[in-house]
Design a protein around this ligand. Structure first.
Ligand SMILES: [Zn+2]
Length: 339
């Protein structure tokens, strides 16, 4: 190869490089460009390979020039890479694109209903109470006028953790006797208690071994059953609307006297009878009554001076009818289907 040929190759390599580098606008193009000139078989690399075959005097002349060309081209590519990194960073981020929506879940339907109910009762001046789920028979049965041997305390129906003293509470009434006992000298009391209760039952579509109850009670001077009826009527109007129809009837519950069962007219058939209400026209929604004389005494409250009412309702059926859930197990299955 003559020195003229070498000169023209050098010139071509240097000038084409400088001409083309300006038109490169992406990092990937720059990577390809780098390989084209400075890769193992690149134009500049090939030029450098020529040095080995040159005569000693040519080596002296061209060696430093070619090496300088390679260094120079590497520097140009590096600064171009930096420039592209900065400008491309700006181009690639579009701050106006909406972010990806991540699933965040929602409140459990039972929680939603409990919060709505708490809101109503707070407005009427009630406090929200709570108590242990692992309970002493003293509060779960005895102080509720359920003496030893009473059929309602049957061991078969309750989940005892340590017989005969400790069990998983079978109703939220246990919190009522705890609060009445603790605050018997700080009357009047108005309290509602949402909470989980347990019973010895096999899970099925309509029953589970645990369930939610919503308990309420008031103790003051001069409380009558009329206060109870009025509160329950207003409460159902709040939840279901002003056209709700309730039916109050006498019913026996050991912890109250007199006891009062409350039925609501079926929302589906408006009382004419359907499969939901089993053709009765009404659905039983809760049990209630005036707190029993014996319960008041067991909690250190003078029943001659004070009277009170109490009510307790199951929440699961309420939630199921509100959200159209047919199988109670779905409520505790963790499926995010019902919003
Ligand atoms: Zn019906």
């Amino acid at each position: 190869m003559t020195s003229d040929q070498i000169d023209s190759q050098y010139k071509l390599c240097r000038e084409s490089f400088l001409e083309r580098i300006d038109s490169i606008i992406s990092i990937s193009d720059l990577d390809e460009f780098y390989l084209e000139y400075l890769g193992r078989k690149g134009t500049t690399t090939n030029l450098l390979k020529l040095i080995k075959e040159m005569l000693p005097e040519d080596k002296k002349q061209y060696g430093p020039i070619f090496n300088k060309l390679r260094t120079n081209q590497e520097e140009i590519i590096n600064s171009k890479r930096e420039e592209l990194n900065q400008t491309q960073g700006n181009i690639d981020i579009d701050l106006t694109i909406p972010g990806a929506i991540l699933p965040t879940g929602h409140l459990h339907p039972t929680t939603t209903i409990i919060r709505e109910m708490n809101e109503f009762f707070r407005y009427l001046g009630f406090s929200i109470g709570e108590g242990p789920e692992l309970e002493d028979v003293e509060y779960n049965f005895r102080r509720l006028n359920l003496p030893e041997g009473h059929p309602a305390t049957d061991l078969q129906d309750s989940l005892f953790v340590k017989e005969p003293q400790y069990l998983m509470r079978t109703h939220t009434s246990s919190v009522e006797t705890r609060i009445l006992s603790e605050y018997h000298d700080k009357l009047p009391l108005r309290v509602v208690v949402p909470g989980k209760c347990y019973r010895n039952e096999t899970n099925s579509a309509t029953n589970t071994s645990f369930f939610y109850q919503y308990q309420g009670f008031v103790v003051d001077r001069g409380i009558t059953i009329q206060h109870l009826k009025d509160t329950l009527t207003k409460f159902h109007q709040f939840l279901f609307g002003d056209d709700v129809k309730l039916r109050f009837r006498y019913k026996y519950y050991p912890e109250v006297s007199p006891g009062m069962g409350v039925d609501m007219q079926c929302r589906f058939c408006k009382g004419s009878g359907c499969s939901v209400c089993k053709y009765r026209g009404f659905i039983e929604v809760l049990g209630s009554g005036m707190i029993h004389y014996n319960t008041m005494k067991a909690c250190d409250i003078d029943p001659e001076t004070y009277t009170g009412y109490a009510f307790g309702m199951g929440l699961d059926r309420l939630v199921m009818s509100k959200y159209g859930i047919k199988d109670i197990r779905k409520l505790y299955g963790g499926e995010l289907v019902y919003v």
